[in-house]
Design a binder for this molecule. Structure first.
Ligand code: FAD
Length: 479
């Protein structure tokens, strides 16, 4: 019997788990995929939004601004990449100026610090020389930033795990029913019982809410397609550039990533299928046609991959966080669409606060709030790197040539708490396979390391769990 079970190990579930691990309680996270950060949290724009977008007075606005404020310290505590480079909303038509002004005013009301409308062309062009020549003004938000979405999610999960939270991966919740003492969650791995449930199931959160409550909610998966460009284009812009929603519809953003690539996207396409994360020709065509709305000469020939993510869009377009009115003990964390990544630290605090009060939880005296990220040899001086290789020669064995990732880093990704067990798990932790060749060179070598370290037969190694096996037979089998 657990005190609390959290459904979903995305950024929301991981943040709730970490915040709850500050208290003495028996907590478990159930995740249907083979790794944490396998849902929407792995495929988004990775922007830490300033907070001027969400409607004044909404929970979204409140948690966005709070999450934005918590991010710098959290990135220090949990050692994940975050850069507070600021953002622009570019206005390219005089007639759209009232909309820019509206965003500014909403931001001020939401509590966003440092917002400014810059109309001096010389100034904004000096800050972003690739803005379109017709740009008339920009809304500058210095508190916006960019983050590594994988590392944010993984860092919070690792820290929760180290502080005693259990994680059961490849465990799909199929049904929830009320018991005398709380809840029974039926899964493919048996029944789990708990006093309180946190529903952080992303696009599936409506399914679980509707199982226990008469007040129904409805989540539409809203797909966003992206193109990721090579690192050679990473300096095309210095900060995130948003388009003002205007006569061309919802805009496409252009942003550097924390790893030095350029990201262009997303589209916004409502679909039915909660698993349909494949990009489509139509989606990418739309993206490319809108890509130049704010920034000139985007080098689209340098695209190295495309991907898409699904926003968990609830009909009322606000976060639903709290105990379901007619299902005591069932805490929703639903409708967490953008800015969910930004808000995650605040979401975790809010849910943990609710549960602390309900369960009268006492502080965990052994809680350790810090965590060390993967050792990055690139961050070392030449002398330090040589010493590292002498001490551990695996850091001298280059596995991914595009991203310059060594065997030492891959071993670290496998051996650390909640370590990687698939190619994607290693990719998200180390970047091996994320470069220009998109894992063409390093996949077999990474698979050999996984096989050797974890004892997984080569035929059983997967890209991302389930039936995504990479080796389906040997050449000789064919004869
Ligand atoms: C295109 C796009 C762009 C975005 N850009 C930004 C941005 O720039 N900035 C920002 O702040 N936010 C952004 N977001 C929003 C942000 O990515 C999400 O709000 C956030 O990742 C949601 O996290 P989550 O943990 O709630 O959901 P998820 O990450 O989807 O996690 C839910 C987890 O629940 C698991 N699960 C589901 N069903 C079950 C089950 N039956 N049993 C067990 N486990 C289950 C899933 O496998 C998944 O791991 C964007 C989203 C999209 C799609």
């Amino acid at each position: 019997m657990y005190d609390i079970i959290i459904i979903g190990a995305g950024v929301s579930g991981a943040s709730v788990a970490r915040e709850l691990s500050r208290y003495r309680a028996k907590i478990c996270v159930l995740e249907k995929e083979e790794d944490v950060c396998s849902g929407t949290s792995k495929a988004n724009s990775a922007i830490i939004h300033a907070g001027y977008d969400a409607a004044e007075g909404s929970l979204m606005a409140k948690l966005n601004v709070e999450g934005n404020q918590l991010m710098p310290q959290l990135s220090q505590e949990l050692d994940f990449p975050f850069r507070q480079r600021g953002s622009f909303v570019a206005c390219v038509n005089m007639e759209d100026m009232p909309m820019l002004q509206e965003l500014y005013e909403r931001g001020v009301k939401n509590g966003v610090q440092g917002l400014e409308i810059i109309t001096e062309k010389e100034r904004f062009m000096a800050m972003e020389p690739n803005l379109l020549a017709e740009t008339v003004a920009v809304l500058y938000a210095p508190t916006a930033g960019i983050v590594c979405p994988f590392h944010l999610n993984i860092a919070m999960a690792e820290n929760a795990y180290t502080n005693g939270v259990e994680f059961k991966l490849e465990t799909t919740v199929e049904a929830i029913s009320k018991t005398e003492r709380g809840w029974a969650l039926e899964t493919n791995k048996g029944v789990f019982e708990c006093r309180y449930v946190v529903n952080a199931a992303g696009v599936y959160a409506d399914r679980f809410h509707n199982m226990v409550s008469k007040t129904k909610i409805h989540i539409t998966p809203r797909r966003g397609d992206y193109c990721l460009l090579d690192k050679s284009c990473g300096n095309h812009v210095s900060r995130t550039i948003f388009a003002l929603p205007g006569k061309y519809g919802k805009g496409i953003l252009v942003t550097p990533t924390v790893h030095g690539n350029l990201l262009v996207g997303p589209t916004a396409i409502d679909i039915e299928d909660k698993e349909a994360t494949a990009t489509t020709r139509a989606g990418l065509d739309e993206l490319i046609s809108k890509a130049g709305m704010t920034i000139r000469d985007i080098p689209l020939r340098q695209v190295i991959t495309s991907f898409s993510g699904l926003r968990a869009h609830e009909d009322n377009h606000d976060f639903i966080i709290g105990e379901a009115a007619d299902a005591p003990g069932f805490i929703d964390c639903a409708g967490i669409e953008s800015p969910g990544l930004t808000s995650a630290p605040a979401i975790g605090r809010m849910v943990a606060g609710i549960l602390q009060e309900k369960l009268d939880l006492l502080p965990n005296p052994d809680f350790v709030g810090t965590r060390k990220g993967l050792l990055d040899p690139e961050a070392l001086s030449k002398e330090e790197r040589m010493a590292l290789i002498r001490e551990n020669p695996a850091y001298g064995n280059m596995i991914c040539r595009c991203e310059m990732i060594t065997e030492g880093e891959i071993l670290d990704a496998i051996r650390r708490p909640l370590g990687a067990r698939s190619l994607d798990g290693i990719k998200r932790r180390t970047r091996a396979g994320m470069g220009r060749c998109q894992a063409g060179f390093c996949s077999p070598r990474t698979m050999e390391i996984l096989h050797r370290e974890c004892g997984i037969p080569m035929m059983e190694i997967t890209k991302s769990g389930g039936d995504s096996r990479l080796v389906v037979g040997t050449n000789k089998d064919a004869f």
